[in-house]
Design a binder for this molecule. Structure first.
Ligand code: 3HC
Length: 306
């Protein structure tokens, strides 16, 4: 009796570090997370639904690794080449998420921001992943607790939120739910440091720290534009030259995707309809309805060349 209790406790003990990580979702965020893990020497499974999506991700990762290498090994072409090839070799591109999770210490989900899809994914992975495996979501706006509730490893579940472009942005937010264990939190924090990021700790609240501040700011810029207070160009210039931001609010919105911005905001409005800060903005809705989603569609607030 005692022995089986002890075994159960040992079996669900979280390791102190990660050597194999699975990233589910090979979009911009997922491929960025896989890249920084691989270039830090970890073994990575990058998973998506089709070979085509994985091919695109590989191409994106190689391009980005070359940019990193150019900076890191400016005077040594051979080092640049081996940095790129060694890092890519650390990634296995995979369509079988269950097999990948079964051999991983950490699984990070970076799929579409739909609660049902995230829950379905984790429910399935929970059945096959070893008991020591920690699960993390890169959600930008959904409650981590709601996603975790699909699993039986609430203590081994947390938020790990990266920023676009992942290879460049230095921050990772580590979000703790009331059930996240200290060991899990430490593992996620250490993982963030291992992949070269500065981890900050936060509670499981909508948008954590960065998006909770950034998204209402972007929305306020759309309201300003809607009222005709200033042009998009002047608002962007104002925030770059007057506040020292690397991009103005519209450049950033086009970069992140206007659909993503609307998705986050609509979700918060549904959750907190009484909070006027989260009221929808007709101008943003119009851009999205017209398919002007930003850089990825060639047009958002601005037109973007190929
Ligand atoms: N991979 C590797 N390196 C990259 C890169 C990538 N994908 N993108 C840019 N870089 C490197 C470049 O090689 C360049 O290096 P260098 O300085 O040695 O030449 C450096 O970053 C600067 O790039 P660029 O010269 O091309 O362009 P900028 O100077 O304009 O910088 C930027 C681009 C880093 C994106 C900068 O504009 C920036 O920091 N913008 C703000 C981004 C931001 O706020 N991100 C957070 C969005 S919110 C989010 O992601 C949350 C989500 O939940 C929605």
């Amino acid at each position: 009796m005692l022995a089986s209790k002890l075994f159960r406790r040992m079996a669900s003990t979280v390791q102190s570090s990660v050597s194999v990580v699975t990233v589910i979702g090979a979009g911009l965020m997922g491929s960025g997370i896989a890249q920084v893990a691989a270039q830090s020497g970890l073994n990575v499974h990058l998973v998506d639904q089709s070979e085509g999506l994985l091919e695109n991700a590989k191409e994106r990762i190689v391009t980005s690794l070359k940019r990193v290498a150019k900076k890191k090994f400016a005077d040594n072409a051979q080092m640049r080449e081996s940095f790129v090839s060694d890092s890519v070799d650390k990634i296995s591109f995979n369509v079988d998420g269950k097999a990948a999770a079964a051999s991983s210490d950490l699984v990070i989900e970076a799929i579409v921001e739909k609660i049902e899809e995230k829950q379905k994914l984790f429910r399935e992975l929970d059945l096959v992943a070893p008991s020591h495996t920690v699960f993390a979501t890169n959600t930008s706006s959904l409650p981590v607790s709601d996603i975790a509730s699909a699993t039986k490893r609430l203590d081994r579940f947390g938020g790990l939120h990266f920023f676009n472009p992942v290879p460049v942005m230095k921050l990772v937010e580590v979000a703790k739910t009331p059930e996240t264990s200290n060991e899990t939190f430490d593992l996620l924090t250490n993982f963030g440091k291992t992949v070269g990021k500065h981890p900050i700790s936060c509670r499981d609240t909508p948008g954590f720290v960065v998006n909770r501040l950034l998204v209402p700011y972007q929305m306020e810029a759309f309201r300003m534009l809607e009222r005709g207070d200033a042009s998009a160009e002047d608002i962007d210039m104002a925030m770059k030259l007057g506040a020292g931001y690397p991009m103005g609010p519209f450049e950033l919105s086009d970069y992140v995707g206007l659909d993503t911005l609307k998705f986050i905001y609509d979700g918060w409005h549904d959750q907190f309809p009484e909070n006027p800060l989260f009221n929808p903005c007709a101008l943003l809705d119009k851009f999205v309805e017209e398919g002007k989603l930003g850089v990825k569609t060639g047009e958002g607030v601005y037109k973007h060349g190929k």
